[in-house]
Design a protein around this ligand. Structure first.
Ligand SMILES: [Cu+2]
Length: 455
């Protein structure tokens, strides 16, 4: 897993060169989508390292447990309240970094009783402009943010109920490589989960969760010099969903687990331009649009012999993508007269993996899989999205077909009590790869460009 820095501020995971809509980036299994049309806010920026218990990454279509994907899954698992014999525990820390005159402070506390526990954590970070080696100041690299997370856990007989809330507010966040900064970025994440253990002789665990999250992101160019035309660019993204996942007791040589999930995501990003001496202009850079998705995942671990295991999993999703009638749809009709208000698509994934113990300290793994992912709402309906790398504005393509990935991996591991060495080779073939292209469409003085299906 690689991390891409977003400004001086956040980090975005990348798996084998795949990122953004190609991977599932989830928080405790919850779907969440950023609200920036310019990719400033992968949802990982709303989670502080202090909030985390662990990060789980699964590569390629094998990561389809958490959603339809071609690149894999990264699940950020949050620190939870823990039932313990110590009634109160906690820690606090403070850091100062001279290179950007930065403060980084955090505190967390856990309060435990016999049948309940509560956890709170608070983070505050502030940084001025970064000073590079040699003392050169990198302008617009400052930021400030506060992050508050709280959760509770209650024992109900053998089962547990969990409620969790996370609030993240950032402001005055500079993006040195982009023509704009972020005035305000707010995320709210709420969830309620119920875990049942041994509820039936055949069912080991059954987890149910419902959740809601929202992101507000407002870009700001008011601190920049020589701005040709000031713009207001607020965006919102809200997601609600739920899932049920469970593990069955091994029967014979098989251990089966499943997950079924649902989410609905709704976005809107607006842009108001204020030309000097002219009247303001309004457009929706992400037209009011949304997507509902229902998915089902099944996994079987088959212990053939003591040293040989076979893993088989598959996933099917049904998605309904909607474009609201009105301003945003009217805009797209200029380029796509036949744009529809609804698109239904089905995606699937299938994986087989064989794990073989060779001698006492060598393991070989062979994986082959197929996965699909839907185009993001941005790739489908985005409208005049500026790309700083090439200076073009891009327009989505509403009728994109799902991107596919045929992949295979071979992994060889050698391990002793102290050392493990792993070598992996992999191959991905991605038909219907979604990429941007420059078409010859011209409107007025602007050149329109479109995301398009590309082999
Ligand atoms: Cu942005």
């Amino acid at each position: 897993m690689y991390l891409i820095r977003r400004g001086n501020y956040g980090q975005e995971p990348m798996l084998r060169g795949m990122t953004g809509g190609q991977i599932n980036l989830t928080i405790d299994g919850m779907k969440m989508f950023g609200a920036c049309t310019d990719k400033m806010d992968p949802v990982s920026i709303y989670i502080e390292p202090q909030n985390l218990k662990s990060i789980q990454a699964t590569l390629g279509s094998d990561g389809s447990k958490l959603g339809a994907t071609v690149g894999g899954s990264v699940d950020m698992q949050l620190a939870q309240a823990t039932l313990s014999s110590k009634p109160v525990s906690g820690r606090a820390g403070f850091g100062y970094q001279s290179a950007w005159n930065g403060f980084n402070s955090h505190a967390n506390a856990n309060y435990a009783q016999q049948k309940s526990a509560y956890y709170v954590s608070l983070n505050y970070r502030k940084a001025d402009d970064y000073r590079a080696g040699g003392g050169a100041v990198i302008p617009y690299s400052q930021y400030e943010k506060i992050n508050l997370s709280a959760n509770g856990k209650w024992a109900v007989g053998q089962d547990t109920l969990q409620a969790s809330a996370l609030l993240d507010d950032g402001w005055n966040i500079g993006f040195p490589a982009l023509p704009m900064d972020v005035g305000s970025a707010k995320a709210r994440i709420y969830s309620l989960a119920f875990q049942r253990f041994r509820l039936h002789e055949r069912i080991q665990t059954l987890n149910t969760k419902i959740y809601f999250n929202s992101v507000f992101h407002a870009m700001d160019d008011s601190h920049r010099e020589n701005v040709v035309m000031h713009m207001d660019m607020p965006g919102t993204s809200t997601t609600a969903g739920g899932f049920v996942e469970g593990n069955f007791h091994p029967s014979g040589k098989h251990t089966i687990s499943f997950r079924t999930d649902y989410f609905h995501n709704q976005v809107l990003a607006e842009m108001t331009m204020y030309p000097e001496g002219g009247s303001s202009m309004y457009m929706q850079t992400w037209p009011a649009s949304g997507r509902s998705d229902v998915g089902f995942y099944l996994n079987d671990v088959y212990k053939i012999t003591r040293g040989t295991q076979l893993f088989i999993n598959g996933r099917v999703d049904w998605a309904n993508t909607t474009l609201q009638e009105g301003f945003g749809m009217d805009q797209l009709q200029v380029f796509y007269p036949n744009v529809q208000s609804g698109y239904q698509q089905i995606t699937s994934a299938f994986n087989v993996k064989l794990k073989q113990l060779i001698k006492s300290n060598w393991i070989a793994e062979v994986h082959a899989g197929y996965g699909e992912r839907l185009p993001t709402l941005s790739e489908s309906f985005g409208f005049y999205l500026f790309n700083r790398y090439d200076g073009y504005d891009y327009i989505g393509q509403p009728d994109l077909v799902p991107e596919k990935n045929w992949s295979t991996d071979l992994t060889l591991s050698y391990f002793t009590d102290r050392v493990q060495v792993t070598a992996t080779g992999f191959y991905n073939y991605l038909p219907d790869y979604i990429f941007f292209s420059h078409s010859s469409r011209t409107i007025g003085d602007d050149t329109g460009c479109a995301w398009r299906k590309d082999l």
